[in-house]
Design a protein around this ligand. Structure first.
Ligand SMILES: C[S@@+](CC[C@H](N)C(=O)[O-])C[C@H]1O[C@@H](n2cnc3c(N)ncnc32)[C@H](O)[C@@H]1O
Length: 510
């Protein structure tokens, strides 16, 4: 950890087997500082998502580590050092733009996540970092590797998610939040009306727990406090696992007062664990801000230091999404280099120059054109060859928008399907409910859904279509990863009326 602090993105760390949680924390700190991590190759450790090896840039047998270290140092000396930001003319060069588009396209194809709207300079820097870890000097060679390798897309995806974070980051804004905003959030709430917060891009959880601390401290002063729900979401599954675990290195002692540290953490060796009371307030889930439907009816959205990675066009689209997700009078908390000032009709700062904004009421509450990916889903469905969707893009968008509104009555996860049961839109953590049938790839929900649900879902879809109202299948049991799960299914039909696109919303509630 001191190496990360001292050398930042010049650091190279080696995580040997047997260092357990300490190695993982060290690897995370090095990566957060922009450094490289090599890990000793011990196959059984790769199964643990929080093992240092899962975070490493390269995993190799221990006797290959010295040679790799020498090669990395020589490569840095040749000028491919990560410490030099790419010059703007390098980023704009036609060949580079083309190469980056090809890389973003391959990433989208292989991981399902679209990075076309991310800032080009940062994207190039992360690609160069991967090239350095793999000892590759030229972009075309890297593209070829991305095309042929089974793992490289996932490795680059992990590297693109820059998870630097800390507790109460930018203290001045947190002081405003504590004094002026938190008391407001409790106003008019009662025991049956939860106070709902969404932390977007929560990384390893520090921001979510900082909010939990402020809310819990204020809750103690309120007579009939409401339940508090903090939805903490991120694209990065490994970071979310760390957030759920709530175990941090002792460097967090510098990030809050000793009183808070003593009240809200339990010291275990060189680490601090978040107390159960705070952990129970936070629900961590994998969710993409630009791909998945937003949470709704929120009192506070905290999206800090994520927008800075998006280009101007994508940033412009995200702010109205937050307006849609918030209740009237709700608040938006952005990072110090981020702003909502181009949307003065939607948000106003609580203080001049503050990054905390109050939501303004608007006459209409329009759902933003969503999702924000550059991928045309119906076209992909057709070109993937599973025959089904002949839906025009605008009609599909209209159907999806209707489903988003219907979703306000339920919790994610859900899918929107067309009349032929082909998926147009996934939302929320769906993985547990799906187990695709083997054979040709398909987006047909009946082939994707867990076999235990297949027959009943088919019947329920027919009933919903014939009876023209929603059908519920409560308490269905299925086994995933050795565990039993009970799920309630809700199937809501959308009927064909004049030129309206018919289809279904299928909600999975566990
Ligand atoms: C620099 S961290 C910010 C952490 C924390 N919010 C803070 O300010 O301290 C940015 C986070 O955004 C996440 N992220 C990037 N793109 C995202 C997306 N499309 N949807 C959700 N999270 C995303 C990354 O995985 C990373 O954890």
């Amino acid at each position: 950890m001191s190496l990360a602090r001292d050398q930042g993105d010049r650091a190279i760390g080696v995580a040997l087997d047997g260092t357990d949680g300490e190695g993982t924390l060290g690897a995370r700190e090095l990566k957060a500082a922009g450094g490289l991590v090599l890990a000793e190759c011990v196959p059984e450790n790769l199964a643990h998502s929080d093992a240092a090896a899962a975070l490493a840039d390269a995993v190799l047998p221990v006797d290959e580590v010295p040679d790799r270290l020498v090669s990395l140092i020589e490569q840095a000396a040749r000028g491919l050092s990560r410490t030099e930001a790419p010059a703007s003319e390098d980023i704009q060069a036609a060949g580079t733009v083309e190469a980056l588009n090809a890389i973003a396209g391959l990433l989208c194809q292989k991981t399902g996540h679209d990075f076309h709207g991310y800032k080009r300079g940062t994207f190039l820097r992360r690609v160069q970092r991967r090239m350095q870890a793999l000892l590759i000097d030229e972009l075309p060679a890297y593209i070829e590797l991305l095309r042929t390798s089974a793992d490289e897309a996932q490795n680059l995806f992990n590297d693109l998610l820059i998870g630097v974070t800390e507790f109460f980051r930018d203290g001045k804004e947190w002081a405003i939040l504590e004094q002026d905003v938190i008391p407001h959030l409790f106003k008019g709430k009662h025991r049956r009306e939860p106070l709902r917060v969404w932390v977007v891009g929560c990384s390893t959880g520090e921001e979510a727990y900082s909010l939990a601390i402020l809310l819990a401290e204020h809750r103690a002063k309120v007579e009939e406090p409401p339940p508090i729900q903090i939805f903490a979401s991120d694209l990065d599954g490994q970071a979310l696992a760390a957030g759920r675990a709530g175990r941090y290195s002792d460097s967090i002692a510098r990030q809050m007062t000793p009183e808070r540290l003593a009240r809200w953490f339990v010291k275990e060796g060189d680490t601090y664990c978040v107390v159960k009371e705070l952990r129970e307030m936070c629900i961590f889930s994998q969710h993409s801000l630009i791909k998945d439907a937003p949470f709704s009816r929120l009192d506070l959205v905290s999206c800090r230091n994520l927008l800075i990675y998006l280009d101007a066009e994508l940033q412009e689209k995200v702010i109205p999404l937050f307006h849609f997700a918030l209740r009237p009078g709700g608040f938006l908390f952005l990072g110090n280099s981020e702003n909502a000032s181009r949307h003065q009709n939607l948000f106003v700062p609580v203080e001049p120059r503050s990054r905390i904004f109050r939501r303004l009421d608007t006459a209409t509450r329009v759902f933003p054109d969503f999702p924000f990916t550059s991928v045309d889903r119906p076209r992909i469905a057709r070109s993937a060859g599973h025959g089904a969707s002949m839906i025009q893009p605008t009609a599909a968008r209209d159907l999806t928008r209707w489903a988003e509104h219907a979703m306000e009555r339920h919790n994610p996860a859900f899918v929107v399907i067309d009349e032929g049961h082909n998926v147009l839109h996934f939302s929320g953590p769906m993985g547990r409910f799906l187990a695709p049938a083997s054979g040709a790839a398909s987006l047909n929900l009946l082939q994707l859904v867990h076999p235990a649900l297949r027959a009943e879902l088919r019947n329920a879809l027919s009933r919903a279509a014939v009876e023209e109202h929603s059908v519920e299948l409560p308490g269905r049991e299925l086994g995933t990863n050795g565990q039993r799960l009970r799920v309630n299914l809700i199937i809501e039909p959308r009927l064909a009326v004049s030129d309206r696109q018919p289809g279904f919303l299928v909600v999975f509630k566990d």
